[in-house]
Design a protein around this ligand. Structure first.
Ligand code: ACO
Length: 317
């Protein structure tokens, strides 16, 4: 039983990632379809992607590392939220398998908001800390390679498999989440979808255009909700779909491009795993200092969008 306590915020105390075991370079793709390393690099920024594994398997690897870093035992976790748009089974939710493999004893659920799924889950997790839970494990995990049409050069070049996890822990006071925004424009379903059992169909140009607008609008809402301005943002941890989408969004937000963290060069688009993988890079590079303000922002099929403003503090280190 947990007592509702609106005075509790939370902080991130552990993080981990996992990537598909096989590296596929642009040249590998060019040997199978009518494309080239130059075209992919220029239009997307992607050099290679990692594929392989299951959504549950990658989630377990990332989750294990996050638990270890947070110094948590399995029984310390009060809830598992698994963000995924590529579950291993139609029924049951993949989070159940992850809960079992990690030896957790808590409730577990999948959350599908496509590439915005991790930020949706993070905000949801912070809500549960306010409801009285002490620790929530949040994982974004995807095996997009299973729903990619490897004959379609307009989508096959983009996607990869991976997972990223964080543990969030309750603390008295407001915690590190300063502002957030969740959005969805359901009328845009047809520009990016996969039917049950089918492969991804995408109107690339249209997704690109909408993505820049959705990311920018969501980020602006979160920044305003936190009572901040663009100048206050230390680093942007954006969804890793296309370097040109990131550059356009940064320009519209008035934040210098070198403030955006990118990993897509080596991972491709890993959907809900992409933001925690980029966050992992920023944190492990040691560039994030106490007091820094991070803007996590993503968009995805749906069309969903989500952003969160996190203030890093010494207690996170
Ligand atoms: N190699 C070579 N040529 C290609 C390739 C390729 N891999 N793919 C398309 N082309 C060709 C097209 O056929 C077209 O040729 P044409 O002019 O003779 O007709 C030309 O290149 C230009 O195609 P566009 O689609 O206009 O290229 P664009 O610059 O828009 O780039 C891309 C395409 C990379 C897909 C881009 O539109 C994009 O990144 N869109 C957003 C994708 C995205 O973010 N998806 C998010 C998924 S999130 C989720 O929820 C899973």
């Amino acid at each position: 039983m947990s007592e509702i306590n609106g005075n509790y915020g939370g902080r991130i105390t552990g993080w981990g990632i996992a990537l598909g075991s096989e590296t596929i370079t642009n040249d590998d793709l060019a040997s199978r379809m009518d494309t080239s390393n130059e075209w992919i690099l220029e239009r997307t920024g992607i050099k290679e992607r990692r594929i392989g594994g299951s959504t549950a398997g990658l989630a377990v690897q990332a989750g294990q590392d996050a638990l270890e870093m947070a110094g948590c035992k399995a029984e310390d976790i009060d809830l598992l939220i698994l963000a995924t748009t590529t579950p291993d089974d139609q029924i049951p939710a993949t989070s159940g398998m992850v809960q079992h493999e990690l030896g957790l004893t808590c409730g577990a659920m999948d959350l599908n908001a496509a590439c915005s799924g991790f930020v949706y889950s993070l905000v949801t997790g912070f809500g549960f800390l306010k409801l009285g839970y002490k620790r929530v494990l949040i994982i974004g995990s995807e095996t997009l390679s299973r729903v990619t049409d490897w004959e379609d050069r307009s989508t096959a070049i983009l996607f990869g498999d991976g997972a990223g996890a964080v543990v969030i822990e309750a603390e008295e006071g407001n915690g590190c989440l300063l502002g957030w925004n969740l959005g969805c424009e359901g009328s845009l379903r047809d520009i990016l979808y996969a039917e049950v059992g089918g492969k991804i169909i995408m109107a690339g140009k249209e997704v690109f255009r909408k993505a820049v607008i959705a990311m920018t609008d969501s980020a602006k809402s979160s920044i305003a909700a936190a009572g901040l301005s663009s100048n206050d943002i230390s680093y942007v941890i954006p969804h890793q779909a296309n370097i040109r989408i990131i550059e356009s969004a940064m320009k519209r937000l008035g934040i210098a491009e070198n403030r955006a963290v990118s990993v897509l060069q080596k991972t491709g688009n890993t959907s809900s795993a992409s933001i925690p993988i980029a966050l992992f890079k920023a944190l492990n590079d040691g560039r994030v200092k106490s007091g820094d303000i991070l803007l996590l922002v993503g968009f995805g099929a749906g069309m969903t969008s989500a952003s969160a403003i996190i203030q890093w503090s010494e207690s996170n280190e």
